[in-house]
Design a protein around this ligand. Structure first.
Ligand SMILES: Nc1ncnc2c1ncn2[C@@H]1O[C@H](COP(=O)(O)OP(=O)(O)OP(=O)(O)O)[C@@H](O)[C@H]1O
Ligand SMILES: [Mg+2]
Length: 411
């Protein structure tokens, strides 16, 4: 396929629109953007999302001059423009490349870059802090500490976390491993299911004079949701609503890899209502300057309204040219894309092609102590790595290894 017929200029422009946030209230500005990335296994979704975390910036004026400077690589102009790193929320998962985003690691990979890497803080729920351990593996597949392991902070709930978010940093967040519906979500479910409406047992359901078809409604005790354990990823619904109220409209980029964990198309019962509510509020996130980038393997893994309402779509091999979601009509256009290229489309209006590069020497972040997971570390290894982190001398595993080599006995 001849990909030169697709506009690389539009592709780059749309990518920059995702990466740059501007305030939603000035005339030319757009606020936050909502993006869906579709691609089958191993097509580079996680790589692209990590890159987006590092490169998202914000400006207090319209994004147009900044976009222009970025697209023309005008470094002089870039220095003049007032640009701030956008606060990033990055959902941390097991076997995820988040450790490359730690500034020490990023700098080692891109020593020439004129950008200062964003700082990174790692958040874990206070209930999980003792049992969870982050590590990686070396070439021999032995567990080792994560190079330049950052500070691990704890949060009690979504509201608490929002107050602790570091502005302009990458906030890498592990969702709580056990999650119950919050009062906020319970209230919402009661309202939408009309469980809060008083039911009158004596009143027929149909207008008087006609025979009621159904049984009169029995007065039911409202269901007790407080003990309903839900998928841990439901936490993100609480989190987004906490950001809407608690982050005061500051630009924020939320990166949710494998987002079908919580905005899935096949949710049942309680979870379905939460997804429905999220989809209702999804487009309005723009006005709160909240941007989201969610990724998954195919359109139908996500709740229908999410890809339908997303303003930007990034399509990698494995995407099907479903007319409901994209204006591109041929699936071949996606499946034959050369490695590292993607199609990007804005709201059924325009599309183009763009490229991204692989991150050199990706670091696979593993997590021990996740709920329902097999043990990856022996107790001894767990303690050993934890001790290294606590000692504070974990700058890089190589320094740690050097320190721990047996002293040379000179003969
Ligand atoms: N632009 C690129 N060019 C060439 N190789 C790449 C590029 N981006 C990523 N890769 C390589 O492809 C592999 C898969 O990348 P990545 O994990 O980002 O894909 P993914 O779509 O998230 O995969 P999964 O579906 O398993 O989550 C990695 O080995 C990565 O180094
Ligand atoms: Mg991935």
């Amino acid at each position: 396929m001849d990909y030169s017929v697709f506009s690389a200029k539009i592709g780059r422009k749309l990518t920059n629109e995702i990466l740059i946030s501007d305030p939603s209230d000035s005339e030319l500005s757009a606020g936050g953007t909502q993006t869906v990335i579709i691609g089958s296994f191993g097509t580079g979704k996680s790589t692209m999302m990590a890159t987006f975390a590092e490169y998202s910036d914000s400006t207090n004026e319209s994004k147009l001059p900044l976009m222009h400077a970025r697209m023309t690589n005008d470094h002089e102009r870039l220095k003049e423009l007032r640009v701030y790193p956008t606060t990033v929320v990055y959902r941390v998962r097991d076997s995820d490349i988040w450790p490359v985003l730690i500034p020490g690691n990023w700098k080692e990979r891109y020593p020439e870059s004129f950008r200062v890497p964003k700082d990174l803080v790692l958040f874990v729920n206070e209930q999980d802090a003792a049992g969870v351990l982050f590590y990686t593996v070396n070439k021999a597949h032995e567990p080792i500490p994560i190079p330049y392991m950052p500070e691990v902070c704890t949060y009690s709930d979504a509201l608490d976390l929002v107050t602790k978010l570091r502005v302009g940093w990458i906030n890498a967040i592990l969702e709580p491993q056990e999650y119950y519906l919050s009062d906020n979500l319970i209230d919402y479910i009661r309202v939408i299911r009309s469980e809060d409406r008083p039911t009158d047992i004596n009143k027929p359901l149909v207008p008087s004079g006609k025979r009621p078809v159904g049984r009169p409604r029995q007065k039911k005790e409202p269901r007790d949701y407080s003990n309903v354990a839900v998928k841990p990823a439901v936490f993100w619904f609480d989190f987004i609503s906490a950001v809407r109220t608690g982050f005061h409209g500051k630009p924020i980029q939320c990166i949710f890899d494998e987002a079908d964990d919580f905005i899935s198309s096949t949710s049942s019962d309680t979870h379905w209502w939460l997804v429905y509510d999220f989809a209702e509020k999804y487009r309005d996130l723009r006005k709160n300057n909240i941007s989201t980038v969610v990724s998954t393997h195919s359109w139908d893994m996500l709740f229908y309204a999410i890809p339908k309402r997303a303003s930007y779509k990034i399509m990698l091999p494995g995407t099907v040219a479903t007319p409901k979601f994209t204006m591109i009509r041929k699936t071949d256009i996606f499946s034959q894309l050369p490695s590292g290229h993607y199609m990007i489309e804005k709201s059924f209006k325009e599309f183009g092609i763009d490229r991204f590069s692989r991150i050199p020497k990706p670091i696979m972040g593993k997590i021990e102590g996740l709920r329902g997971d097999f043990k990856g570390l022996t107790n001894q290894k767990f303690k050993e790595i934890k001790k290294i982190y606590e000692s504070g001398d974990n700058v890089h595993p190589s320094t740690y290894l050097q320190k721990n080599l047996p002293e040379v006995i000179e003969i």
